[in-house]
Write a protein of this length. Structure first.
Length: 251
């Protein structure tokens, strides 16, 4: 499948008359806990020719396509939309530029946008994203059995909340890197690593049960994050800086 992805990216560039600046994997494969049947979630940042941006009419600034009977999901944002989202510390955007699985990239663009992301980083915005996601999905786990992948979604966002409280850097996209960077007991960390190994052998539909220790960790961490969230600083993004980068990238 990975051999087919570059073909579809090239096809997309020709058909849409765009230039892909970054094409990467997100989702469970990039997070580091895929199942054998996990889809390929390809996310792209792309740009049009300069004149495309001079139109008075509103034009579509996103792409959403499926290939290989829905096994390859390619979605993307135009450069201008991407930078606006970066200014707001949009978590999906922050993950996109951190992905460890790259299919196509303009290295100079990626290096510079990572610096801009750190400059614009808002702890409170990223906290609200992860806190709301974790709280919402945690409610779905209150049963005797649940999908293991949902537990991982909750664990990852919960650990990211803890990272935000303890550190001043953007939370990494790779889950194990988050675990390595926070204050967490070895017993909890080791159990999560065991479950990562288990998930690698189970399909997305696999139902799991138990894990009361992990549930307690999630509850305690989310309660603390909720109390501390309002005290967190917003970002110091500079729209002029992003605008200069936008113009530079179009030239």
């Amino acid at each position: 499948m990975k051999e087919k992805i570059p073909y579809y990216l090239e096809k997309l560039e020709k058909e849409k008359d765009i230039q892909i600046l970054l094409a990467c994997e997100t989702g469970s494969r990039a997070w580091g806990f895929p199942s054998p049947d996990s889809d390929f979630d390809i996310r792209i940042i792309y740009k049009h020719e300069k004149n495309w941006y001079l139109s008075l009419s509103e034009q579509k600034d996103s792409i959403d396509l499926m290939f290989e009977e829905n096994e390859i999901d390619i979605t993307g944002w135009d450069l201008r939309k991407s930078l606006k989202l970066l200014f707001k510390s949009n978590v999906s955007m922050l993950e996109r530029i951190q992905s460890p699985i790259i299919y196509k990239e303009n290295k100079e663009f990626v290096e510079e946008i990572k610096k801009l992301a750190q400059n614009s980083y808002s702890k409170i915005a990223t906290m609200h994203h992860h806190l709301n996601l974790a709280k919402g999905m945690f409610r779905e786990l209150n049963s005797e059995s649940y999908k293991l992948k949902k537990l991982f979604y909750v664990l990852r966002s919960t650990a990211s909340c803890q990272w935000i409280l303890e550190r001043n850097e953007i939370p990494p996209i790779v889950f194990t890197e988050v675990l390595d960077g926070i204050s967490i007991s070895e017993s909890i960390k080791n159990r999560i690593l065991e479950l990562i190994d288990l998930k690698a052998t189970k399909n997305e539909s696999y139902f799991h049960s138990g894990e009361e220790i992990l549930f307690e960790y999630i509850k305690e961490t989310l309660d603390k994050a909720k109390k501390e969230a309002k005290k967190l600083p917003s970002g110091n993004g500079n729209m002029d800086e992003l605008n200069k980068f936008f113009i530079k990238t179009l030239d």
